[in-house]
Design a protein. Structure first.
Length: 210
């Protein structure tokens, strides 16, 4: 099963990809993770990507497609894979097609902007141990302090309201048109997000016929 998960930043694609990956025994290819690894390791691609990421811009297509193609050659992708975070533009989708990367289904996870803003702006992270919290859904015992190591919690730049609004605007402008692109190819499956993580996953598995 070769899948793409579409959805705005904060729609829960990563969480759902993890569950589907375990159920279908196929790897999740998260461009975010691949790029972050490249940035952390200071590779030429990573340094190039970092400039764009720091400026809140999309990483150029040729960088992303090259990284993905390499990853899909690995043995664990032989039975299928889930792409999370790519394609983000029609140009990327066309480049993947041109590179011979095909899909069985494209699942669009639909969440309102208002809910995404509430989810993301409420996130807090401990820079010391990496634990994450949410001021409403999963608050720490003491406000602003990590339960695990007692260090101060911070709001990542990505989760600040102005960044979230900018990312949502970019999504609607550049990524949402992919729904039409894949609908024309008969691949699009739409899931309206309501209920728990488990209920949303059940809805996804149902549209996939699993």
């Amino acid at each position: 099963m070769k899948l793409i998960l579409l959805g705005a930043p904060g729609a829960g694609k990563g969480t759902q990809a993890e569950i589907i990956s375990k159920k279908l025994n196929i790897p999740t290819i998260s461009t975010g993770n691949i790029l972050r690894a490249a940035v952390k390791n200071g590779t030429p691609v990573g340094l190039k990507a970092k400039e764009y990421m720091d400026a809140g811009k999309l990483v150029p297509d040729e960088v992303i497609i090259g990284v993905i193609q390499e990853r899909l050659q690995e043995q664990d992708c032989a039975a299928g894979y889930i792409l999370d975070g790519v394609p983000r533009t029609i140009a990327q989708a066309e480049a993947l097609e041109a590179a011979g990367v095909s899909f069985d289904a494209v699942v669009s996870i639909e969440v309102s902007d208002a809910e995404i803003e509430q989810r993301m702006t409420g996130r807090r992270t401990c820079l010391a141990c990496g634990a994450t919290y949410h001021v409403v859904a999963n608050p720490p015992k003491v406000e602003g302090v990590c339960d695990l190591c007692g260090e101060k919690l911070t709001q990542r730049k990505d989760d600040k309201p102005e960044t979230v609004k900018a990312r949502l605007a970019t999504y609607h402008e550049t990524t949402e048109p992919l729904k039409d692109f894949y609908a024309q190819r008969g691949l699009l499956k739409v899931v309206d997000v309501k209920g728990s993580i488990e209920e949303i996953n059940a809805a996804i598995m149902k549209v996939l016929g699993k």
